[in-house]
Design a protein around this ligand. Structure first.
Ligand SMILES: NC(=O)c1ccc[n+]([C@@H]2O[C@H](COP(=O)([O-])OP(=O)(O)OC[C@H]3O[C@@H](n4cnc5c(N)ncnc54)[C@H](O)[C@@H]3O)[C@@H](O)[C@H]2O)c1
Length: 307
């Protein structure tokens, strides 16, 4: 097992289940040592207990390297300790994928302040805390060496944050905040050499299963190679691996649609090129294995397809 991310250390929050699990498996496949963070338990409530351990086991069985972590991403002390632990135990932290998430859907008139606070806490405060902890490290490293660090933050937004979604005033506010966090962080970290982007993923997960009429969740490692399921939560993971790789060192401040849900529509769509912020052109055909990408140009010229 070797690849683009050999020697790199990646933290994926909330990677015990769903989309985050897909990211952890994908980053490990490309050679990264992955810190699998999740405070949750296994889907059946039985198994070995903490679900992060199960994902570590899957990665190790496939020849990769990983350690588990059970921190709550909304807890300041735990997050600071988690980042310290990455440096003391693994010597570095190069990639942070802020994926942990939760929903508490209700019409606003039925929504409690706790429903609002919990969703904001996990998505916004959690992503901000990990970003601050690692930004401090990268700033110090870049000052010490007088050079650029290898740093990647990949945040997770949602269509709900960009277009709105019934029952999700808390969640859509949180996901819109992630876009602002991403763009400001990308500016603040630019001098260190680190990049900050966000993805808008999709998939048949525990989270999507809470919606009315939704099918049961599937976990990324349960999919057979032959089976094509447009709701497979792992379909966005190649985008994450690419953003985490040296190949994407020039891409920052972007929000990229990286999902399974629209994959049917994207099938047959050949991304040739994308115009990103500042009119910089990059070649989407290099995104090997990715079915299609879309860039929300909130401060930009938007999406264009060349060819
Ligand atoms: N499923 C979708 O269609 C979809 C669409 C758009 C965006 N997203 C986003 O993708 C991300 C992953 O969602 P998913 O569908 O895989 O959900 P999921 O529920 O399957 O996984 C989320 C994981 O986060 C963990 N988690 C929750 N709170 C945590 C905390 N405080 N600290 C650490 N871990 C915590 C949970 O235990 C769980 O394992 C979320 O940010 C979500 O908002 C999902």
């Amino acid at each position: 097992m070797s690849g683009l991310l050999d020697g790199k250390v990646a933290l994926v929050t909330g990677s015990g289940h769903g989309i985050g699990r897909g990211h952890a498996l994908e980053l490990a496949k490309h050679g990264a040592t992955v810190i699998v963070n999740d405070l949750g338990t296994s889907l059946d409530g039985q198994g070995t207990g903490k679900v992060a351990d199960e994902v570590v086991q899957i990665i190790e069985d496939r020849g990769g390297k990983a350690i588990s972590d059970f921190s709550d991403v909304g807890d300041e002390e735990s997050v600071d300790l988690l980042v310290e632990r990455a440096y003391s135990q693994l010597g570095r932290l190069d990639i942070v994928v802020n994926n942990a998430g939760i929903v508490r859907d209700k019409a606003i008139w039925n929504m409690s302040v706790d429903d609002f606070d919990l969703v904001m806490r996990v998505h916004v405060r959690g992503s901000w805390l990990t970003s601050r902890a690692v930004a401090r490290k990268w700033r110090d490293e870049s000052k010490e060496t007088g050079g650029k660090v290898y740093g990647r933050i990949i945040n997770t937004t949602s269509g709900a944050g960009l277009q709105g979604h019934f029952g999700q005033t808390n969640y859509s506010a949180a996901k819109a905040a992630i876009v602002g966090l991403t763009q400001t962080l990308s500016l603040e970290l630019a001098s260190t050499g680190a990049t900050v982007n966000a993805i808008s993923p999709g998939g048949r997960t525990r989270m999507s299963a809470t919606m009315a009429g939704a099918a049961a969740p599937i976990e990324p490692d349960e999919r057979s190679e032959e089976e094509f399921d447009p709701k497979d939560p792992s379909l966005g993971s190649p985008v994450v691996a690419w953003l985490a790789s040296p190949e994407a060192g020039h891409v920052s401040g972007q929000v990229i649609k990286a999902l399974g849900e629209n994959i049917q529509w994207l099938k047959g769509w050949t991304p040739i090129s994308v115009v990103s912020n500042g009119g910089k052109r990059w070649d989407a055909s290099k995104l090997g294995g990715i079915m299609g990408i879309d860039v929300f140009g909130t401060r930009a010229s938007g999406l264009r397809m060349g060819g």
